[in-house]
Design a protein around this ligand. Structure first.
Ligand code: NAD
Length: 247
């Protein structure tokens, strides 16, 4: 153990599945109506902004109607962040649903958030709580056509990776929860953590196909609302007292 036992928890779409949010392909067939390489790509935003906004507005309306709430797994991670006293707990998510924040966690949202919008001209941010109309002027700078959802599109850089890299270099435990490990960059965090000697854990509903899991020291399978609270409880009641005695 290092002097401080920092934990990184990286979450994917699986942690929100039991809140009722499935992959975008499951959301009333949106993908059958839209080409993701247009409506979720930087090039699409530059060439067909009205089409991108049509998709994002529809997705926002579906999310609003769903009224999704954090589940026991999100709440358990909030508890971990509050009660782990021998180091820092960093929660990093690929999700854009805002459920970690709703559960009271401090979170790095590397793919941004679907709950906010911003103006690319002046950076002004506000709640994405009604449809964005492409021709509308920004309420802060007056520039039309530059307001967009605060989500990272294909062809754009995830947010905060440099800061996260430093945190991974200083972590003792890294866990990946609810990810197929097929989406960059979240699938690479465990390799970086392993290089600095961290203990790596993978929690997922089932064993994913097509990916190499050798990088993980521990694999825990089952629904996140069951596995995550138990994992957190073990960390707080067993690992923390043991680790504290070694620091
Ligand atoms: P993914 O869809 O590729 O994989 C999800 C994983 O979660 C699967 O391996 C599946 O077995 C697992 N899973 C499903 N139900 C689970 C449960 N109840 N408990 C534990 N695990 C469960 O997800 P991904 O790797 O995050 O990649 C999808 C990309 O799309 C991400 O970049 C993400 O940003 C985005 N996305 C976000 C949301 C959201 O914001 N909630 C939803 C869908 C997709």
């Amino acid at each position: 153990m290092k002097k401080v036992a920092n934990i990184i928890v990286s979450t994917g779409a699986g942690i929100s599945a039991e809140s009722g949010i499935h992959t975008y392909r499951d959301v009333e067939g949106l993908w059958t109506k839209y080409d993701p390489m247009v409506v979720s790509h930087r090039r699409g935003w530059e060439s067909q902004p009205e089409k991108v906004l049509e998709f994002k507005n529809e997705l926002r309306r579906q999310f609003a109607a769903g009224n999704y709430q954090p589940n026991a797994a999100h709440h358990a991670l909030t508890r971990l962040q509050k009660e782990w006293t021998i180091g820092e707990v960093t929660i990093v998510t690929q999700n854009i649903d805002g459920l970690h924040r709703d559960a009271g966690s401090k979170v790095m949202e590397i793919h941004g958030t679907g709950k906010e919008k911003y103006c690319e001209a002046c950076g002004h941010r506000s709640a994405f709580d009604r449809d964005i109309v492409h021709t509308d002027a920004c309420t802060a700078c007056g520039e039309p056509g530059r307001t967009r959802p605060a989500v990272v599109m294909f062809g754009e850089m995830p947010i905060g990776l440099e800061e996260l890299e430093i945190k991974i270099d200083q972590c003792s435990i890294l866990a990946v929860i609810g990810s197929s490990l097929e989406v960059m960059p979240g699938n690479l965090f465990a390799y970086s953590a392993k290089q600095v000697g961290a203990h790596t854990v993978f929690l997922n509903k089932e064993e994913p196909q097509r990916v190499d899991l050798d990088v993980f020291d521990e694999k825990i399978y089952g629904p996140a609302t069951e596995t995550v609270p138990k994992w957190v409880d073990d960390l707080l009641t067993k690992v923390q007292p043991w680790a504290a005695s070694k620091i």
